[in-house]
Design a protein around this ligand. Structure first.
Ligand SMILES: Cc1cc2nc3c(=O)[nH]c(=O)nc-3n(C[C@H](O)[C@H](O)[C@H](O)COP(=O)(O)OP(=O)(O)OC[C@H]3O[C@@H](n4cnc5c(N)ncnc54)[C@H](O)[C@@H]3O)c2cc1C
Length: 350
């Protein structure tokens, strides 16, 4: 079986390692981002420490990639304990790739003809599969900054929706040594730069902020259910069948509420390796594992819909609460419910 994996990000490189352990060797293709300082556009770093068990499968250790702990984070001013940390994703991706055959280029049509199975692990690009049946992408703008406190209080980890008109949020993730990722993402948002400018002005009252780099991106919030098809079959030039199958963010394994995709893309890689190359079993396993993402997407659709007179319904608030619990974030239940009502303010007075 000749296998190619296109995209050597978190899901593609992880899948490559898992398949190798099972004696299945894949050629890997990645165009790599040449235009970002870290060489990694989707440089998501916040992940639950539970990522450790996925790394252990391929003999890697979380400690080697830890940058900062997010043991306390404020959500809309509400302090919560979290099991999150920031990880050096470019280092991690580079270590996942070691030992694999990675070609730094796109898969051309002539080369593609040599493979029986091609995995689309191209994240937001979804370069090989047909379009999702109902896609939803949140544009983002993220800065890496140095923030030095003018007083004694270091800048803490935070997430806030109040800075964004409509649905979205602003995040502050400490990276250690006084550095932070500060970014904004918003569905249908086109004023990222202005929001960041205003936020930096606000921060300047308490911190000296020096930008290091910035990049634009997008996160697929469609959910797997709305990102079908996960696979297509076609005939190669020599008449033999060829299967294209998606993994990770290419097929929407991202939380529609939070944009968290790292741990779920690893999980998706694991599901594909466990059922490889049975695409039917894989599809049904992905649907079952990430059923909750469909519900989150439906809440997002509801909140975006026109003609709605009320804010989040009880079920929407419950889904937000469940989302926090799933990530291990300990929010006080009643207070969290009350504050999630703040969402209605964003929607009603965008
Ligand atoms: C600004 C931003 C911040 C984020 N923050 C977080 C976070 O804090 N925590 C979190 O969990 N998630 C975060 N995410 C989401 C997370 O980064 C993604 O969901 C996750 O990386 C998806 O993994 P993947 O392997 O499926 O795709 P990617 O990591 O995007 O990898 C795709 C790979 O495919 C390659 N590629 C693309 N097109 C082609 C092509 N045509 N040919 C060959 N190669 C190609 C790319 O170079 C890349 O290496 C963030 C996303 C963004 C944009």
């Amino acid at each position: 079986m000749n296998i190619a994996i296109v995209g050597a990000g978190i899901s593609g490189a992880y899948l490559g390692r898992l398949l190798t352990d099972e004696g299945l060797y894949a050629d890997i293709y990645d165009t790599d981002n040449q235009d970002t300082a870290c060489g990694c556009r989707s440089c998501g770093w916040a992940a639950p420490v539970g990522i450790e068990r996925y790394l252990a499968d391929v003999d890697l250790h979380l400690d080697d990639y830890l940058m900062g702990a997010l043991s306390t984070m404020t959500f809309e001013g509400l302090a919560a304990k979290t099991p999150l940390c920031t990880i050096n994703k470019p280092f991690l991706v580079s270590d996942l790739r070691s030992g694999l055959t990675v070609f730094q280029k796109a898969l051309g049509p002539r080369e593609a003809g040599a493979y029986d199975i091609i995995v689309d692990a191209t994240g937001i690009s979804r370069a090989l599969l047909p379009p999702c049946r109902s896609d939803l992408v949140m544009p983002t703008l993220q800065y890496r900054v140095i923030a030095e406190p003018l007083g004694n209080e270091p800048l803490g980890a935070a997430v806030s929706g109040n800075w964004i008109p409509g649905l979205g949020y602003l995040w502050i993730f400490p990276l250690g040594a006084g550095e932070y990722h500060i970014g904004v993402g918003g569905i249908r948002l086109d004023t990222h730069e202005r929001i960041m400018e205003l936020f930096f002005q606000e921060l300047a009252r308490h911190y000296r902020v020096t930008p290091v780099c910035s990049c634009r991106g997008g996160v697929r919030l469609a959910s797997p259910y709305y990102s079908t098809p996960f696979s297509v079959s076609r005939l190669r030039g020599d008449g033999k069948p060829q299967l294209i199958i998606g993994v990770g963010e290419a097929i929407g394994t991202v939380s529609p509420f939070t944009g968290e995709g790292i741990i779920y893309s690893l999980d998706c890689g694991r599901l594909l390796a466990a059922s490889f190359p049975d695409e039917k079993r894989y599809t049904s396993n992905v649907m079952a594992r990430f059923r909750w993402m469909k519900k989150e997407r439906e809440t997002v659709d509801y909140l975006l819909s026109d003609g709605k007179t009320t804010g989040p319904r009880l079920r929407d608030r419950w889904r937000f609460y469940r989302n926090a619990r799933r990530s291990g974030i300990k929010l006080p239940l009643f207070e969290a419910f009350r504050r999630m009502g703040g969402l209605s303010r964003w929607i009603e007075n965008p």
